[in-house]
Design a protein around this ligand. Structure first.
Ligand SMILES: NC(=O)c1ccc[n+]([C@@H]2O[C@H](COP(=O)([O-])OP(=O)(O)OC[C@H]3O[C@@H](n4cnc5c(N)ncnc54)[C@H](OP(=O)(O)O)[C@@H]3O)[C@@H](O)[C@H]2O)c1
Length: 350
């Protein structure tokens, strides 16, 4: 297993993180998995044996049950690993049961600590942009949590590039703890973040933690044109993330993944993970698994390196149109920053 520094922090994180959205599996998380404490212990054991040192959860996963199960599964080994959790999404119907206010952030952190059975959170992430709470208030609350010893690093999730830049600017201006990471959806099914969020992360030294790197299973090789996926698979339910805007392109991408996987004697899921793991600014891919077999398969991707030719095939089949102003930059500018060049390189190649 390779370990990478999380952004510009000194924290070293395994390139694979274990996601725990399927721990518990009640409410909207039911289609993700119903992993109980025993199942979680097995997943945590498999992951740790493979060298995984980061475990990602959120208060909102099964209304706190995922945190409880993760805490129990880690048990007395908690200090040997890194625990990331999140707050901001609704945890109740009250007017202050959601959002990134000082009130909700501090109350949520304290509740997460209780559920996880720990006295510190390694990485505390704002789960989603909150356009109503002043960022100064959110960042001050996070900074206080760090100063009180309850949180060690802070990150954001699902932040657009301008959200991130605004937060970094305020933290710098006010001397508050800055975000070290942004947790984002990124996969061969949708490479949207390459347009602005990845260049911003490269420029600012922010680590990207990738959620749903195999698109919740869509890139695993079991969803093919005219082939029925196995019963119980998440995407046979009402599950709506990620949205698929171009089914043909998805199936073309899966065909390439399967072909490359067959050539290498590995699964399509492993190829998809290895591709994403190798992309600029990516620190770690957060894998989810309904079964131990799936997890073992995904963990094996840690050792998989794709050839430049295979990466190019995948770049090409999954390429998305370059939005404005980037197509104009490409047409008329010869003076681009290294971050911009990373973004445009795929289009020059393609
Ligand atoms: N920050 C956020 O907003 C956010 C949002 C979503 C997730 N997350 C984090 O990201 C983690 C991972 O998300 P995810 O579960 O959507 O990720 P994923 O790794 O893209 O998808 C996992 C799902 O794909 C299927 N699968 C996994 N490995 C497979 C394999 N080797 N072969 C065949 N099928 C396989 C399983 O579903 P089936 O068996 O049902 O097909 C599994 O539940 C979560 O646990 C959570 O920690 C964060």
């Amino acid at each position: 297993m390779e370990y990478r520094q999380l952004g510009r922090s000194g924290l070293r994180v395994s390139t694979i993180t274990l996601g725990t959205m399927g721990f518990g599996g009640i409410g909207w998380a039911t289609p993700v998995g119903q992993i109980d404490v025993e199942g979680a212990r097995k997943q945590v054991g498999l992951a740790r044996d493979a060298g995984v040192n980061l475990f990602d959860t959120a208060d909102v996963y099964s209304n706190g049950l995922s945190e409880e199960i993760l805490g129990k599964a880690l048990g007395s080994d908690r200090d040997e690993v890194l625990v990331a959790t999140k707050a901001r999404l609704p945890m109740g119907d009250g007017p202050n049961d959601a959002g990134a206010s000082r009130h909700h952030i501090i109350r949520s952190a304290e509740a997460s600590l209780r559920r996880l059975g720990t006295d510190y959170i390694d990485l505390y992430q704002v789960h989603e942009w909150d356009g109503q709470t002043p960022l100064e208030e959110t960042l001050q609350a996070l900074d206080d949590l760090v100063r009180w010893g309850k949180v060690r690093y802070v990150g954001c999730s699902n932040y657009a590039a301008w959200h991130l830049m605004k937060a970094l600017w305020i933290a710098d201006r006010k001397g508050l703890t800055p975000f070290v990471s942004n947790q984002l959806y990124y996969s061969l099914q949708a490479r949207d973040i390459e347009n602005e969020i990845v260049p911003a992360a490269i420029d600012q030294g922010i680590g990207i933690l990738v959620w749903s790197p195999i698109a919740g299973g869509l890139l695993s090789g079991k969803y093919r044109r005219d082939i029925k996926p196995p019963q119980g698979s998440r995407h046979l339910t009402e599950w709506s993330e990620p949205p698929v805007y171009d089914e043909d392109k998805l199936y073309d991408t899966v065909e390439e993944l399967v072909a490359i996987g067959e050539g290498l004697g590995v699964s399509a899921a492993q190829v998809a993970l290895a591709y994403t793991m190798a992309k600029p600014a990516v620190t770690s891919v957060i894998v989810g698994a309904r079964t131990e077999q799936q997890l073992a398969d995904n963990l094996a991707a840690a050792d998989l390196e794709l050839t430049a030719a295979d990466v190019e095939r995948l770049d090409k089949v999954s390429a998305q149109p370059l939005p404005y102003p980037f197509w104009h930059h490409l047409n008329v500018t010869e003076r681009l920053s290294p971050a911009d060049l990373t973004l445009l390189a795929r289009h020059i190649k393609g």
